[in-house]
Design a protein around this ligand. Structure first.
Ligand code: 9Z3
Length: 350
């Protein structure tokens, strides 16, 4: 059986790198060099879900639920604490700052209203005039101004680098390349792996080139499923496990950095065990566990020898459901506290 390092080497040699790789690597290099020269800490934050294409010329793919809320929100809190942020995100998922005004729940048009005003050098028929204009509704202005200022500061000071991915393979190639660019930062580098990464993929030798034709799908030997249509045809997808990259990241790509991974489960009874398993297996610094249904209200910080819930307080003192406070406002300072402790420990040794 192949060990994890041979399966990982095989993964990189048998899958094609994304066409954007050299451009993204050069951008990351310039970003890291700039902030290293200014002695600024840099966090590589991953966000959103990865796709698993079923065809080379991709019409169909497997995806997951992640909208990138955790990542985009966390990025804003890291920026507010003076970190420079490389935001490796699923293309078209939520972005820091614009997340407040995007997607269907926060359509930016709902924040605007129409305003009739007198245009320069114009006069309406009755003296009042009406060059239509668009303005932010009064009740949203204060908050939008605050978001706008933070966004512009991040942009002007070049504190935020946005790098998109789509497939699990493009995610992994880019993660590896950026991690290597960040090596010069030593333990000033932080990895915050919030992306929901697929555990399975279709290897290149089994990938269809063109759109899978429903007519070409074979009859199932087990016959039609009860309640199923299609007269017994079945599309069976044969997936391989994605090699475990966290081990390589910890041991080779970023051996000095602080590494924080997230663990997602749906069954609360499994969460602690799975977080401990991940910590044992990869020997990194921190696993943040979360349950799909409660991920916006509580997370479990698991480190060597300890597990601690971080929960949003509600007005009645119970946990869960405080709409005004974002749990990332608690998660990020807790992570930074641990990063600072690690930096202090390392400084004391040298
Ligand atoms: C997470 O657990 C994130 O917190 C969520 C955030 C994906 C739940 P949203 O984007 O959701 O705010 O809607 N991310 C990590 C999940 C993951 O794939 N972890 C891998 C694993 O569990 C290890 S890196 O094996």
């Amino acid at each position: 059986m192949a060990d994890s390092s041979t399966s990982e080497s095989h993964y990189f040699s048998s899958n094609p790198p994304p066409p954007t790789l050299s451009q993204h690597t050069a951008q990351a290099n310039a970003f890291v060099t700039h902030h290293h020269a200014h002695s600024r800490r840099v966090v590589l934050l991953t966000s959103g879900g990865t796709t698993v294409p079923l065809e080379n010329q991709t019409v169909r793919f497997i995806d997951n639920f992640s909208a990138g809320t955790r990542g985009a929100t966390s990025a804003e809190y890291f920026l507010s604490q003076g970190y420079a942020v490389i935001f490796l995100h699923r293309q078209f998922s939520l972005l820091p700052f614009s997340r407040h005004y995007s997607h269907s729940t926060n359509c930016f048009l709902d924040f605007l209203s129409e305003w009739g005003r007198i245009g320069e050098g114009e006069e309406g028929e009755d003296g009042g005039a009406a060059t239509p204009d668009v303005v932010v509704k009064a009740k949203y202005r204060r908050e939008m101004l605050s978001v706008l200022r933070k966004y512009r500061k991040a942009k002007e000071q070049k504190l935020l680098l946005l790098l998109p991915f789509t497939t699990v393979t493009s995610y992994l190639f880019t993660l590896r390349a950026i991690a290597c660019e960040m090596r010069c930062l030593g333990n000033e580098a932080l990895f915050y792996l919030a992306a929901a990464v697929s555990d399975f993929f279709v290897p290149p030798d089994r990938m269809a080139e063109h759109k899978i034709q429903s007519g070409d799908v074979p009859e199932s030997t087990s016959g039609p499923s009860p309640g199923g249509g299609g007269g017994g045809k079945k599309l069976v997808i044969d997936l391989d496990p994605v090699p475990k990259f966290l081990k390589r990241l910890v041991e080779q790509w970023a051996p000095e950095a602080m590494i924080v991974s997230f663990k997602l489960e749906t069954d609360p009874a499994l969460l602690l065990k799975k977080c401990n398993q991940s910590l044992d297996r990869y020997a990194h610094h921190l696993v943040i566990g979360n349950i799909l249904a409660t991920r916006k209200y509580e997370v479990l910080f698991v480190e060597e020898g300890s597990a601690q819930w971080v929960r949003l307080p509600t007005s009645d003192g119970n946990s869960g459901g405080n709409e005004e406070v974002e749990i990332e406002s608690l998660i990020v300072p807790e992570v930074i506290k641990r990063h600072e402790k690690m930096l202090a420990r390392k400084a004391a040794i040298h």
